[in-house]
Design a protein around this ligand. Sequence first.
Ligand code: NI
Length: 184
Amino acid sequence: MAVREVCKIGNPVLREVARDLGAEEVGSGGLHELAADLVDTMRAEGGIGIAAPQIGVSVQVAVIEIDEASDRYPDMQPFVATFFVNPRVTVLDDTEQSFWEGCLSVPDLRGVVSRPRKVRVDYVDLEGNARSIEAEGFLATVLQHELDHLQGVLFIDRVRDTTRLATVSDYQRFWMDRPVEEPI
Ligand code: NI
């Protein structure tokens, strides 16, 4: 278990489509090691999710954990640490919702992203058990953000209104207390 360096925008690994894990890899010691490194790194960086490519490993694995005590995202419902292996996203309601997003791989930047409001994710857990989760609201956005990483997509690719891109301090100063506007 170790805190790994987070790959930043500009690193080509963030732009690759990550490969699926094979049946022989799911449940392996190597996957558990990767999972531990992902959680350690996410927690050390204060993130609520991280995907394997963000620590330089181009495989279809991501984790989300929303801690009640998170001060980056104080109003969010807690979500126990969950690993998504070989996930597939299905949109259940394509009505768009908008949230401010940030990313450990895009330092000091926030932007408004519009995404479908409800999704289902089919995946396997670390042991290879088939799982499915339906999510709406902020959790649906977090899931789509993290799983985008496995397709080589960063949130800034989905920012339509670049006039509202902001550093974290200017986000807090000018934007945080305003309602997010309707989809553009
Ligand atoms: Ni991210």
